[in-house]
Design a protein around this ligand. Structure first.
Ligand code: NI
Ligand code: MN
Length: 226
């Protein structure tokens, strides 16, 4: 499984022949817009953790151009279905087998309104399970005790956690989260995009190192293979 960081909370995940785009926010991200060509993205699936602008901005245009299926909570899926886009609705705790593997929609503590203020259901994250690997994408979330449920069912090879603070967990809580989910291999996201979430990279890496864990901070456009 290859995970490419597209900036902020946007990821392009390649599993065999399948391409999964997560929370596309590229055209509005001045740090990513010059590096990532939105029109060159041809995903099979678009996974949306919640309805905030910094997670859905490019979802509609990419879905309409590529014919990708949007996978999200029921409310977000319905929102895009009315626009003629293929969707797969899920809700918290549910699993579904796709051609690339299985997804679970996980709990997150956050909010989920659309940019116009309309209801975007409850926010979540995803666990991707293939025959080889299990990867947790936390979405925007606080540290939550619900994370302790994850290792009861999953053995994570990688967890993608928000570390930017203010709107989500910060570094200190993300280290605790990595204990809760029993995963030592962490990819940080949702940091540095705007002033509220700027982080000290060295401090972040060191904080995980002190806990015996690895924190990856990828430049935009770089990939990680698990
Ligand atoms: Ni959010
Ligand atoms: Mn966000």
């Amino acid at each position: 499984m290859e995970i490419k960081f597209l900036g902020h909370a946007s990821l392009l995940i390649t599993i065999g022949e399948s391409r999964l785009l997560v929370d596309p926010f590229i055209s509005g991200n001045e740090k990513a817009a010059n590096i990532i060509d939105v029109n060159a993205l041809h995903p099979d699936y678009i996974l949306l953790t919640h309805a905030h602008q910094d997670h859905i901005l490019d979802a509609e245009s990419i879905a309409k151009r590529s014919g990708a299926t949007i996978v999200s909570n029921y409310e977000i899926a319905t929102h895009y279905q009315t626009k003629g886009i293929n969707v797969h609705p899920m809700n918290h705790g549910g699993n579904w087998s796709f051609d690339f593997g299985t997804l679970r929609y996980t709990n997150a503590i956050h909010t989920s309104s659309f940019p116009d203020g309309s209801y975007g259901g409850q926010p979540g994250g995803f666990i991707i399970s293939t025959e080889e690997k299990q990867v947790y994408i936390a979405g925007d979330t606080a540290l939550t005790m619900d994370m302790k449920l994850i290792p009861m069912t999953f053995k994570l090879d990688l967890a993608i956690l928000p570390i930017g603070d203010n709107f989500t967990m910060g570094i200190e809580d993300a280290v605790i989260a990595s204990d809760f989910i029993q995963c030592d291999n962490i990819l940080g996201y949702h940091y540095d995009t705007f002033g509220y979430i700027e982080i000290d990279h060295k401090l972040a890496v060191k904080s995980f190192e002190n806990a015996g864990k690895t924190l990856h901070l990828l430049p935009i456009g770089a990939s990680l293979v698990v």
